[in-house]
Design a protein around this ligand. Structure first.
Ligand SMILES: Cc1ncc(C[n+]2csc(CCOP(=O)(O)OP(=O)(O)O)c2C)c(N)n1
Ligand SMILES: [Mg+2]
Length: 573
């Protein structure tokens, strides 16, 4: 039997997908029958394997992590409108983070008297029939559509994947009624070679030369980036460009590893800190490449005379109602390609070696001062308690440079990004967005994609609870995706207090004892993971206990193949 469900599963397999992150329901009878039939015939490999995800937000976060770590689009299967709603904030993360995922959902059956196979036979089919299921997620999708016929289901799947995988990447959403998914159709063969994604955009050749000249002739040229590291090739081109010209690099709210932190041209990381960054203030030519928020102008801004050039795959930020950075030039281009073009233009340009030396020394001096400040901040606190900086520095030393680190540290975002010290492209990710609870599911997805690498999730305590940890750790055991998770336990949500004080620095909130942000009495975070997935759980309350805990945790992950959660109690403040 070849049904629309068969065609869809075949299309996903042909697109190179090994897994479907699934949370199943009555709409999926066609998929389950097809997969079971293939299993019975010894043809399990004909289709991607279903990964059982007991929560949809975790499913989409795992697909998100897998896509980040592999560079390949992933599929998520959810149950009608309820499962779609339960994807929750993970939809925001996939959309804002520009992650290629295809989300499939059934629609409630369209008939009720047995007119076609799949017609309504459960009470819930009446309640799950809504007027605009696609409308739930439309504001976040690159594409959404309904598969109305099996005959062109494969074409629709491939069209959705073209949108998801072409830049700017993002999620796509497809629905189909149960009768459509159950309908027998003639097998459809398509040639995947005829469904490419859009080739990367370049900047105009004369613009590449112009940007090269601007940077070469500037007194203090600076690159500001957040996600140029989506591409390892872009990182390599950026390193080359900056070294040739003596250009500094400032990372603004980085969501990938963009530039080796140990390179003397690296000028640090800016998050929400209330400080003007000196490199940004001094720069006369600023190349913003791959950033959604290069600075927060109320706090930290370039000089009014700086010449700003903007290169991005999505330079208009088409999904953001308010967005501008006073750029004098804007280019829609792939970062790796554009940077390669600029490097190419430099080959035939006379470069003032003395100026390059002066700039390199200037930035090198700043870098050394910054490193010294980081070293001071990450010293073991005299009190014997844990600071976020000390904790992150010890994690850095313990996990090594190959480990893939996921960060959802919230008010410790700055401390984590500054002290985690990544040097290799592809070894650091955040969700690149703002809906919390991503890190656990993402860690499972990353580990599934890269089973040979150590995966480390750094999470706020609030984010840990948002992440549905029981589901995450059950999946980690079930799918043999052990990872190390560190909970930055600061007793609850610190961010809302920061936000309130940011607007009302001397108001009542600054003096209030109870802002409804504390998690008192504290949950046993490590115990949750142990109960759900047999993870090694360790609670660390002092600096002295930390190194031993990290050693035991890494041993569990690497040698015993089980996840480990360290609940690290930070000094309050
Ligand atoms: C899904 C979701 N709900 C609520 C928020 C608002 N919010 C931003 S930060 C934060 C607290 C996070 O707590 P935790 O992970 O402990 O980090 P901390 O603030 O303590 O650094 C909340 C609730 C959000 N961003 N996403
Ligand atoms: Mg917290």
């Amino acid at each position: 039997m070849y049904t629309t469900s068969t065609a869809i599963l075949e299309a996903l397999h042909e697109a190179g997908m090994e897994y479907i992150f699934a949370n199943l329901g009555s709409d999926h009878s066609g998929f389950l029958e097809t997969i079971a039939a293939a299993d019975a015939a010894g043809e399990r490999k004909r289709f991607p394997a279903l990964v059982t995800c007991p929560d949809e937000m975790v499913a989409l976060s795992a697909a998100h992590g897998f896509a980040l770590a592999s560079g390949r689009a992933q599929a998520v299967l959810v149950h009608v409108e309820c499962g779609t709603q339960q994807l929750g904030g993970a939809i925001h993360n996939a959309a804002k983070g520009r992650v290629p995922v295809l989300i499939l959902a059934g629609l409630s059956p369209a008939t009720q008297e047995g007119e076609a196979r799949g017609s309504r036979n459960e009470f819930i089919h009446w309640l799950q029939d809504v007027f605009d299921q696609r409308g739930i997620v439309r504001g976040y999708m690159r594409y959404d559509n309904e598969i109305r016929l099996g005959a062109n289901a494969k074409q629709i799947v491939n069209r959705a994947l073209q949108f998801a995988c072409s830049e700017p990447q993002g999620p796509a959403y497809l629905v189909a009624a149960r009768e459509v998914l159950e309908a027998e159709v003639a097998p459809v063969a398509i040639d995947r070679a005829e469904w490419p994604t859009i080739a990367p955009c370049a900047v105009a050749p004369e613009s590449a030369a112009q940007i090269a000249r601007l940077l070469a002739e500037a007194r203090r040229p600076l690159v500001v980036t957040s996600y140029v590291g989506r591409s390892a090739a872009a990182v390599a081109e950026l390193v080359k460009l900056c070294a040739r010209l003596g250009v500094g690099v400032l990372e603004s709210v980085p969501s990938t590893m963009n530039y080796p932190w140990s390179d003397p041209l690296h000028q640090g990381v800016q998050w929400n800190e209330k400080r003007q960054h000196p490199a940004l203030a001094e720069a006369d030519v600023i190349l913003v490449v791959g950033s959604d928020v290069p600075w927060i102008p109320q706090i930290n801004r370039p000089s009014a005379t700086a010449c700003i050039v903007h290169i991005d795959i999505d330079p208009l930020k088409e999904q953001m109602p308010l967005w501008y950075i006073h750029a004098r030039e804007i280019h829609r281009a792939d970062a790796a390609l554009a940077l390669r073009q600029i490097n190419g233009a430099l080959d035939s340009m006379r470069i003032d070696a003395a100026a390059v030396r002066e700039r390199t020394e200037h930035y090198g001096q700043r870098h050394a001062e910054q490193l010294a400040a980081l070293e001071r901040a990450e010293r073991r606190p005299a009190s014997g308690s844990l600071s976020a900086e000390y904790l992150t520095a010890r994690v850095r030393a313990a996990v090594g440079e190959r480990a893939i680190v996921l960060s959802e540290g919230v008010t410790n975002f700055g401390a984590i990004s500054s002290h985690i010290g990544r040097v290799r492209p592809g070894t650091f990710f955040t969700q690149g967005a703002g809906s919390l609870g991503w890190n656990g599911g993402a860690a499972v997805g990353v580990k599934l994609a890269r089973p040979d690498e150590l995966v480390v999730a750094l999470s706020g305590d609030g984010c840990y609870l948002f992440s549905v940890p029981a589901t995450v750790h059950w999946m980690a055991r079930r799918y043999r995706t052990p990872f190390l998770q560190i909970v930055y336990n600061n007793g609850g949500w610190r961010a809302p207090r920061f936000s309130a004080l940011g607007v009302h620095p001397d108001g009542h909130a600054s003096r209030a004892k109870d802002l409804a942000i504390s998690f008192e009495p504290p949950p046993d975070y490590a115990g949750i993971a142990t109960a759900a997935g047999g993870a090694l759980g360790i609670t660390v309350k002092t600096a002295d206990e930390l190194d031993g805990a990290l050693e035991r945790a890494l041993n569990a992950v690497r040698r015993e193949g089980r996840a480990a959660v360290i609940d690290a109690w930070l000094a309050q403040g």
